[in-house]
Design a protein around this ligand. Structure first.
Ligand SMILES: Cc1ncc(COP(=O)(O)O)c(C=O)c1O
Length: 414
């Protein structure tokens, strides 16, 4: 059988909608300056789907730093992997600043969050070790776990009783062997907005011997008094052995880091294959990250603005009777009932008639029969935009419940 034919005949759960969805529901193009108002297919939309939490994406100082660094260094420097020829004082400066900000001894820069965390998991465990992880973990964690050659135990999302059972199983398994235990969770879960129960997980260290890796992609910059993340928010940053965040969200860039004790970070420096065998981050990204971190640290009003919008949006939606699940962070899911067909008709109406653009999450990402509209509030949204959005949501909910979107086929946008 021809390999490509076999693949093309089954495009996968998302790819099977590609023909009707491409360019609108999937792969849409948001154009113009990154802001709450961007162009989509020729008209301006109020956008709620960018993780530009603090509005740093096009902050004038960020733009200036990115541009000046690009003019000075271009995109090539430094060449090669950090270990061989791609290190610089400025890379090390960013690492120390990030480490200090998240209250860790040291930190390693990584090129992309996804491959970085996958590679960190790969470097941390061998076939004797056991990974215990939350069932709602991001694909990068799941894929890291897939590389693991030893046992892996998953616990239902934030279910501490079950986590303890898995820790007992894992402990029994590794006792008397060269094995050890790694627990992995997220600080803020990107779909539900729930916080991981970090404090309670860390409490379990009193009974079980394990190390804790936390992916705080959505918590960094948004949670905690200084924006240092969900560990700071819950007062348990010390108990997180490895703290990860990407630059793809609050920092509005590319890159990521892992903070921890110096010895284990040095171990990662010399053992993470994604870093040893890949070119280091180009200078403009490093200098740009230093500027973003400075703004994040010195402008608490960015986070205050974000939370003003979060509270108005989530409070308003709840008051209007919407089910926004159990979010404890800026991530705002709106859960409705309906088929995939209804979800697309509703989204089309929202985008074309209300000029509101938010991400739509459908089966298989959420269970069949659930439509999840996912809103990401940012520091640069306005209260007027919140009010407009809640009004539009009320209207589409009435239409959905009256069966006005009830078509089996996906809505056509051409
Ligand atoms: C929870 C979580 N972890 C990791 C990543 C991956 O980060 P990156 O985009 O830097 O690869 C993302 C998405 O950006 C994420 O939401």
């Amino acid at each position: 059988m021809d390999l490509f034919e076999k693949r093309i005949n089954n495009m996968g759960p998302l790819g099977s909608h590609a023909k009707e969805a491409h360019g609108y529901y999937t792969f849409p193009k948001l154009e113009g300056e990154i802001s709450p108002n961007m162009n989509f297919r020729g008209s301006s939309k109020l956008v709620w789907s960018l993780n530009n939490y603090l509005g740093l994406a096009n902050h004038p100082e960020v733009r200036k730093a990115d541009t000046e660094a690009t003019l000075e260094y271009g995109l090539a420097y430094p060449m090669g992997a950090r270990m061989m020829s791609g290190n610089s004082t400025i890379h090390e400066q960013l690492e120390s600043e990030l480490a200090a900000f998240v209250s860790k001894e040291d930190c390693i820069l990584i090129n992309f969050g996804y491959q970085g965390i996958l590679s960190a998991i790969d470097a941390l465990v061998d076939r004797h070790d056991v990974i215990v992880y939350d069932a709602e973990s991001h694909a990068c964690i799941v894929d890291g776990v897939r590389l693991h050659q030893g046992k892996r135990f998953v616990y239902p999302h934030n279910n501490l009783e079950n986590l303890e059972k898995q820790l007992q199983r894992a402990t029994n398994l590794v006792n008397g062997t060269p094995g050890a235990i790694l627990v992995i969770t997220e600080g803020v879960f990107g779909m539900s907005g729930n916080q991981g129960s970090l404090k309670e997980i860390i409490e379990l260290k009193k009974k079980y011997n394990f190390k804790l890796l936390v992916d705080d992609a959505h918590g960094f910059g948004t949670m905690g008094k200084t924006g240092a993340g969900t560990g700071e928010e819950q007062g348990c940053q010390d108990g997180i052995d490895l703290y990860f965040s990407t630059f793809a969200k609050s920092m509005a860039s590319i890159g990521a880091f892992i903070g921890g004790n110096k010895t284990i970070i040095d171990y990662l420096r010399y053992n993470m294959r994604s870093q040893i065998y890949a070119k280091s981050l180009p200078m403009p990204l490093v200098i740009g990250a230093i500027k973003r971190l400075e703004l994040l640290r010195t402008n608490p009003e960015l986070k205050d603005n974000l939370w003003k919008i979060v509270n108005a949006l989530q409070g308003g939606l709840r008051q209007a009777g919407f089910n926004i699940g159990t979010t404890q962070s800026p991530v705002t899911p709106v859960l409705l009932s309906g088929s995939v067909g209804e979800a697309t008709h509703l989204t089309l109406d929202l985008r074309e008639n209300y000029n509101i653009f938010c991400s739509i999450v459908m089966y298989p990402v959420v269970p069949k029969g659930i439509i999840m509209l996912r809103l990401i509030p940012t520091a640069v949204h306005s209260l007027e935009e919140v009010t407009r959005t809640i009004q539009a949501f009320k209207e589409i909910k009435v239409k959905l419940e009256a069966g006005q979107y009830n078509f089996q086929e996906l809505a056509s946008f051409n």
